[in-house]
Structures are given as structure tokens and as C-alpha cells.
Design a protein around this ligand. Structure first.
Ligand SMILES: [Zn+2]
Length: 231
């Protein structure tokens, strides 16, 4: 039994001597794992195409004795391979793919993540490297917003007063709300980012990502972003 799906390669890892385990973010089935024949396999022919960040159509067959389908054909662009050749961009690509992986659940389709991930990989391939950091941050913010982890700084999440009246001074990271001075003093949550005005949106995004998605701080350094600063 065979099927074809459209997807983005998130990771490729060796599995045993001759096979590779490929994680795909697919449009229809969400995140899935498929196997492919590795470079050492006698029938290997897809290895050069199966690189992280490559996007396209994958032809798979289901095997009797294995849970994961086997990739037997691919019709894909090599945007990921292309981006990976530029050192500054390669790290950003890893960051994007890891975020896409962390934000998705196996076999749950997510149109938004798919669309943004595809779009940012395409943009990474086109834009000069100097604009990439801003792009990555916009992508991170967008993912947080889309998944309900955005923080409104317009009003206090506790008492409801507007920022212009009460002044938002802190963010409760776990509950994802901005807090006015009065509420910040009484708020029980230990993980609170204080002195909001001294932090950039990027600091806030990093705090939220680290808390909600347990994304190791090294990822951000890896992607060439400034070192994580906590209060
Ligand atoms: Zn308040």
C-alpha cells in the first residue's frame, strides 16, 4: 500500500547500519516518522534529497513488519540543502526546524505551522543573511501567538485595567499575562518577568519559549541570537 504526502523534512537520523529515520512535517498527516534507505544501503538513491529543510512530495509504502512507512520516492526542492551551505543561515534553519518540531504533535495536522515553516525556509533561501535574525524572531512570535501563548501588553491580565491607565510592569510567564504594578505585587506566580520596559520583545519571546516548550537555551545561542538574559 503506498501513499504520497507533501511535507518538510525536520530531521534525518541514522537508524542501524543501512536505514535512516526521517521526521516529516506533512500537510495532511501532521508530524510523522518514516524510514529511508541510508547511504550504505544497496538501493539507496534518495539520500542526497533527504536533507533537513527540503520541501516537497514524498512517496511512501507501508511495510508489514514495521510501524513506520518507507520513503521510496521524493519530488522535492532542495531549499534546505541550499540554505545549509551558508553558515549563518544553516544555524537559523536548525532553529526553525527545531521550533517546528517542538510546536507540533505527532499525527496532528497544523496548517499554520506548516505554512509558516515553509514560508520561512523559502525566505531563508532568498534573503541576505543580515535580515535573518529579525525573520526568526518574527517567526517565533508568530508561533507563540498562533498557539495562544502570545502576551497582551495592552491591558493587565489580572484586573483588566489598560496599560495606558495602570502601566504594565511585569509578565507572568506561566499564565501568559501582563500585570500592572498593583497586581504584580500580589501575583503568586514565581516565574514573573519584572521591569518589562527594560526587556525587548525578543527577551519575552525567549522566556515564553523556554518555559512553554522547554526549548534549551543553547538553541538560541546556536542560532546566533544574543545570550539569554533572565531577571
Ligand atoms: Zn492589574
Amino acid at each position: 500500500m503506498s501513499f504520497t504526502c507533501e511535507g518538510i523534512i525536520l530531521t534525518v537520523r541514522d537508524s542501524g547500519e543501512t536505514e535512516q529515520r526521517v521526521t516529516l512535517l506533512t500537510k495532511t498527516y501532521g508530524r510523522i516518522t518514516a524510514m529511508s534507505r541510508g547511504a550504505k544501503h544497496i538501493k539507496a538513491k534518495l539520500t542526497p534529497q533527504l536533507q533537513p529543510g527540503n520541501i516537497g512530495f514524498f512517496q511512501c509504502i507501508r511495510r508489514k513488519r514495521a510501524d513506520e512507512p518507507l520513503i521510496v520516492g521524493a519530488d522535492i526542492t532542495r531549499r534546505g540543502s541550499y540554505v545549509a551551505r551558508v553558515p549563518e543561515k544553516a544555524l537559523c534553519l536548525l532553529n526553525v526546524l527545531q521550533l517546528a518540531n517542538d510546536f507540533t504533535i505527532d499525527r496532528v495536522p497544523d496548517d499554520t505551522i506548516y505554512m509558516y515553516t515553509e514560508r520561512i525556509i523559502t525566505t531563508l533561501a532568498r534573503q541576505p543573511a543580515v535580515q535573518i535574525d529579525a525573520l526568526i524572531r518574527a517567526y517565533q512570535r508568530e508561533l507563540l501567538e498562533q498557539h495562544g501563548f502570545g502576551v497582551s501588553l495592552y491591558r493587565c491580565g489580572q484586573c483588566g485595567r489598560m496599560n495606558k491607565d495602570a502601566g504594565i510592569v511585569a509578565i507572568a510567564i506561566a499564565s501568559g499575562i501582563g500585570l500592572c504594578g498593583d497586581c504584580a505585587r500580589q501575583h503568586p506566580e514565581p516565574r514573573t518577568l519584572r521591569h518589562v520596559s527594560k526587556h525587548s520583545i525578543d527577551d519575552i519571546v525567549r522566556e515564553l519559549l523556554a518555559y512553554h516548550f522547554d526549548i534549551p537555551i543553547t538553541t538560541f545561542q546556536f542560532a546566533g541570537l544574543p545570550e539569554f538574559a533572565s531577571t
